[in-house]
Design a protein around this ligand. Structure first.
Ligand code: GLY
Length: 398
């Protein structure tokens, strides 16, 4: 980071501080205390992880990281690089900049990967975030290429982005998932970078399809939506990681809140603000007393051994609520208070402090139907740290 760039970052923080005072959203000293403790813990844990990981970390189980399967980074490589960039932004320590640059470079080979919708997760939290924090424009081209690869997955008939499967395969050709809302921000960014409107048009078309077909009358969401890939006819809602086609998978609902809030920020279209607000209300209404959801809002809440939480869903939701707070000025204090309560519960009841880790948060569920529960998850850790930064209003995207 050059001297000039440090100044830019400091200016950004100073502007945010000003905004915070203007909006009368200042945190109490008490809250600042635990936020500072949580951030310090997260940064120390991340520093240790830089020394111990040999590949992209994904799941923390039995005291060690399991690495992302397939390809450099799987779908989670960006969450690891994102943590490193946020640690650098918080500390200014060149140790984290070096690590962030090294791991970001390892993801560059994915820039032309048309076989997944996850390119937003991968490139926004590596190359775009790195370019933003350092001002290094050379990090942008791989992200623009990734956006070009992502729009090749657009089905014009159904006006959705296909989630899974290589383009030359038939399986899942008509399937889209709620998670894809998180990959749209890369497309809006690519339009701003290149002037090519097609990225943003595809992003908005997909968000509209999700709103129409995945969001139910009570503002819960389905994990998947299936189309006839040839005619574009919508067929049905379904699930892959939730309880059932008609249930509400907790992480999916968090993706919806975050994704619709971002889509509103990018489009200014009030239908997306309305969707983010109502999807958020649904999640808050159905949260248990400690504010961290069970893996699916419709799981039998019997406290049985099978009934597990998903701390990653709470972290994503909290960060999404803070985007909403920045966009929905009339209700900002409410969204911010809810996010704060959730993050404090994560810190007090779901952090790995006092253990050797290796994740920051524990008690997350990758996929209960696949037997993957009660672990740390790198994306839970990323969104927890991102949200803590947003609480301090030291955020790169608000
Ligand atoms: N995007 C995959 C998941 O949320 O598990």
């Amino acid at each position: 980071m050059s001297e000039g760039q440090i100044t830019n970052y400091e200016l950004q923080i100073a502007n945010c501080e000003l905004r915070k005072t203007n909006d009368k959203l200042q945190m109490t000293n008490d809250k600042m205390g635990w936020v500072g403790d949580a951030l310090a813990f997260a940064i120390t844990r991340t520093r240790k992880n830089v020394a111990r990981v040999t590949d992209f970390p994904e799941v923390a189980k039995d005291g060690k990281w399991e690495y992302a399967r397939n390809k450099p980074g799987g779908w989670v490589g960006g969450h690891w690089t994102g943590l490193l960039w946020l640690a650098f932004a918080q500390t200014g320590d060149p140790f984290f900049e070096r690590a962030a640059r090294d791991w970001t470079a390892k993801l560059a080979s994915r820039q032309n990967d048309t076989s997944t919708h996850d390119l937003g997760f991968l490139f926004e939290l590596s190359h775009v975030l790195g370019a933003h924090i350092t001002g290094d424009a050379s990090l942008k081209l791989p992200a623009v290429n990734a956006a070009r690869a992502l729009i090749q997955r657009y089905n014009e008939k159904g006006r959705f982005i296909r989630a899974w499967g290589a383009l030359d395969t038939d399986t899942n050709r008509g399937r889209a998932i709620i998670d894809t809302l998180m990959n749209l921000d890369l497309l809006y960014w690519a339009t701003r970078e290149t002037g090519d409107q097609s990225f943003a048009q595809i992003a908005t078309a997909h968000a509209r399809a999700a709103l129409k077909n995945q969001v139910r009358g009570d503002w819960s969401t389905s994990h998947t939506m299936d189309f006839d890939p040839d005619t574009g006819l919508f067929l049905q809602q379904g699930t892959h990681q939730g309880l059932s086609a008609s249930s509400c998978w907790a992480r999916g609902q968090a993706w919806a809140v975050y994704g619709f809030a971002e889509t509103y920020r990018n489009t200014g279209d009030a239908i997306f603000l309305d969707a983010a607000r109502h999807c958020a209300e649904y999640a808050l209404r159905r949260a248990p007393s400690d504010h961290v959801p069970f893996w699916d809002y419709d799981s039998p809440l019997t406290q049985s051994a099978d009934d597990v939480r998903d701390s990653s869903a709470a972290a994503i939701l909290a960060s999404g609520l803070l985007i909403l707070a920045a966009q929905d000025r009339a209700n900002a204090a409410r969204w911010r208070d809810q996010a704060t309560t959730m993050l404090q519960s994560l810190w007090e009841n779901y952090s790995s402090r006092g253990t050797n880790g290796p994740s920051i948060l524990i008690h997350a569920t990758r996929s209960k139907p696949h037997g993957a529960m009660d672990s740390g998850l790198i994306y839970g850790d990323f969104y927890f740290v991102e949200a803590l930064g947003r609480l301090e209003i030291r955020d790169w995207r608000l």
